[in-house]
Design a binder for this molecule. Sequence first.
Ligand code: AMP
Length: 289
Amino acid sequence: MKTLILRNRIEVGKALEFSESRKINFIPTMGNLHEGHFELIRQAKKNRNINLVSIYVNPLQFNDIKDLDNYPRSLDKDLKNLTKLGVSMVYLPEKSFNYNDTSTIQLGEIVNKLCGNNRKGHFEGVATIILKFLLLIKPEQIYLGEKDFQQILVIRKIIKDFNFDVKVKTIPTIRGPGGIALSSRNQRIKNINNLKKVYDCLCKIKLKIDEDNFYMKDLEYFKDDLIKSGVCKVNYLEILRESDLAELTSVPSKCRIFISCNIQGVNVIDNLSLKKVCIKESGKLVISS
Ligand code: AMP
């Protein structure tokens, strides 16, 4: 089947009209596609819906103009890969899809956590564009990667708050050699070893928790260790409740380790699920089941 390239809202509208009653799986991306994106598409292809991938480097979610300018773009290669994967439709939004003085969404408490703190306005930008996409495409399912865990919570929130009938499907983070979380920005980092250190740090913390030997204050030690080992800046290293990114308490909850670093001017994020239910007891993280 031919992959249909849609270049504006009218073309999207027409394409969806002609697809009769078939439902849509929506896979939003910013391009420079890699195995992480391809896995989202493979998962989406498991049902009989139409798969619509968007490629859009959304200016609203960049708080740093240099980061926007330097964001790696590889449209020709992406389109070839999407055709090979048998994607039904690719939407490349037109310039007017978004304009400078657009209305934006305000999100609640979720933006005061993790990346919301060091990337002011980022999630409002993500949410605004996703809202526009949802209104236009009306998908049955949206596919998202756990690599951007906070983004999943933000998108779930707008789906709930604006009463969209969209199912959120998620996939675990796809990793490359040394456990490095694949990311479109990775190619801007010369010293791959620094990326590996980020994943190693998450694994070491997880191991200490599994060995029943982790105090929340140990996070400072791990941060220092990363800084000393050459990762220039650690934006955050935290263990929080998965459902809402709240601090851990004595109430058993599923939690996750979250990290963000700045390596050679590139923002790197990763996270690791603890899989088990934990509690915080006298400053110690304890597995409760
Ligand atoms: P992006 O192109 O970075 O905006 O990402 C588009 C989608 O791909 C988002 O849902 C991401 O969470 C997901 N994604 C990016 N990298 C990975 C990865 N390494 N593993 C799984 N999903 C990913």
